[in-house]
Design a binder for this molecule. Structure first.
Ligand code: CMP
Length: 454
């Protein structure tokens, strides 16, 4: 079943990530702060979380069984075997963690007869955090599908994990009694969880960032050892940040950075060669349009690097709307589309550009994906026709092997696709229906031309 084009499992997986993150925040809070562990709201949410983890375990079983039935439907024996293998690997790995995380520690603590082991039971809850191991796996999958930019993904991971680690360290500091009774002679109320947490987080951040004001210091051996460990983590983290953050930030939008660098080069060149301002503006407008519509990527360059099978698939996808938009392609056979798809090249023109002039030698024809062009007879200085989305032009020179019989001027930003003469000639021979409709149009336009010139 799908919702907004995605399978329900996608939403479920993200919901489970949210619940794991919630557990990673709340469980240490419960261990360190009594008032949180006694809250009925927390108990209710925790019980719901455990129930959802149980559902997740069931879904994982279902997934392990279902996937193989879909992919190996052709061989029953093989399917049974691989299903078994899949199930076995699940049982060997994540199942144990999933099972541990569905033990309802909170309910046991509230209503158990296991009073003597209360402390251990509270700590046993942390076992549910083993599920965090799953987050790394989830996030990898998530990162590949949801973030088109790896820089943003890395920054997101970094913030996520640093936030969680700082939270745990702060709660650890409370747990080992690191928050003093007085700071700067002002007493701290030990029954106010927010103040305690705030002070502990403040200590954590000052220690992790190696700022260390020294207003909160370790008093016991355990606290001193804990501080040393946090200092070492802080030094590592600091090194990581200094080493990576500049890189991370520049990589957040690689496409934009590359594009800006390219624009800088072009602008410096234009200024150095004293290109007229009006022309500079047109060039800038062209690149701005390219950026807004294609994020600065030159499709042809990217396509050329791909193996032919992938190139065909991606070309079919990219040119999908042109085949839907342009009437003569609507009835085209699959063979014709495959022939055309790899040979149609996207080009962009800005308002006022002449795409070609009357009398030029015709080496391509054009299909308008988006935009408006004027067909102009420059000798008579009059507009013969205006063509827009879904139309084509430049076919007459190819059909009649003659020079262009009119000039074509872009009135707006035009997204066009060109088809070169060589492919055109091949297509005309192999696909007579397509040839017929183009030739009919060319003849009709030619007749119009003759009557107009009389
Ligand atoms: P071609 O001769 O290659 O170059 C100029 C193009 O203008 C021509 O092909 C046709 O595609 C187009 N054209 C010429 N006459 C007309 C017309 N009357 N209506 C629409 N388009 C035309």
């Amino acid at each position: 079943m799908k919702l907004f084009g995605r399978s329900l499992f996608f939403y479920w997986d993200n919901f489970v990530i949210l619940l794991i993150t919630y557990s990673a925040i709340i469980i240490p809070l419960e261990i360190a702060l009594d008032s949180v562990s006694k809250s009925r709201t927390v108990l209710t949410i925790n019980t719901i979380t455990v129930f959802c983890f149980l559902l997740d375990l069931i879904f994982n079983f279902y997934h392990a069984l279902k996937k193989e039935t879909e992919t190996n439907a052709n061989s029953k024996q093989n399917s049974a075997l691989t299903r078994k293998q899949r199930l076995y690997s699940y049982l060997k790995t994540w199942f144990i963690i999933d099972l541990i995380s569905i033990i309802p520690y909170d309910l046991l603590i509230q209503y158990s007869f296991l009073h003597p082991s209360y402390e251990y039971l509270a700590l046993a809850r942390t076992l549910r955090l083993l599920r965090l191991l799953k987050i790394a796996q989830f996030m990898q999958k998530w990162g590949q599908t949801e973030f088109s930019n790896q820089g943003v993904m890395r920054l997101f991971y970094f913030v996520y994990w640093t936030g969680l680690i700082a939270h745990w360290i702060a709660l650890g500091w409370i747990y080992i009694g690191g928050v003093p009774e007085k700071i700067n002679d002002l007493p701290i109320d030990p029954n106010e969880p927010f103040t305690l947490y705030n002070i502990a987080l403040y200590w954590t951040i000052t220690t992790l960032t190696t700022i260390g004001y020294g207003d909160i210091t370790p008093k016991t051996n355990i606290q001193r050892m804990y501080t040393m460990i946090v200092m070492i983590i802080g030094a590592g983290l600091y090194g990581y940040i200094i080493g990576n953050i500049a890189n991370l930030l520049t990589n957040i939008d690689i496409a934009k950075t590359n594009f800006m660098q390219k624009m800088e080069k072009i602008n410096t060149f234009m200024k150095y060669r004293r290109i007229p301002v009006e022309l500079q503006n047109r060039i800038n407008n062209y690149y701005t349009f390219l950026w807004e519509n294609r994020k600065g990527y030159d499709e042809s360059n990217i396509m050329d690097e791909l193996p032919s099978s992938l190139r065909m698939k991606i070309a079919l996808y990219l040119n999908k709307d042109i085949f839907e938009k342009i009437p003569i392609f609507k009835e085209a056979s699959e063979d014709l589309i495959s022939e055309l798809v790899l040979n149609l090249k996207p080009v962009i023109f800005t308002p006022g550009d002449y795409i070609f002039r009357k009398g030029d030698i015709g080496l391509n024809m054009y299909f308008i994906s988006r935009g408006i062009v004027e067909v102009i007879d420059e000798d008579k200085e009059h507009v013969i026709a205006t063509l827009t989305d879904g139309n084509f032009f430049g076919e007459m020179a190819l059909v009649f092997s003659a020079p262009r019989n009119a000039s074509i001027k872009a009135l707006d930003y035009c997204d066009l696709y060109t088809l070169d003469k060589e492919t055109f000639d091949k297509v005309i021979v192999n696909f007579p229906d397509f040839a017929k409709s183009i030739e009919e149009k060319a003849n009709k336009r030619f007749k119009n031309h003759v009557t107009e010139n009389k």
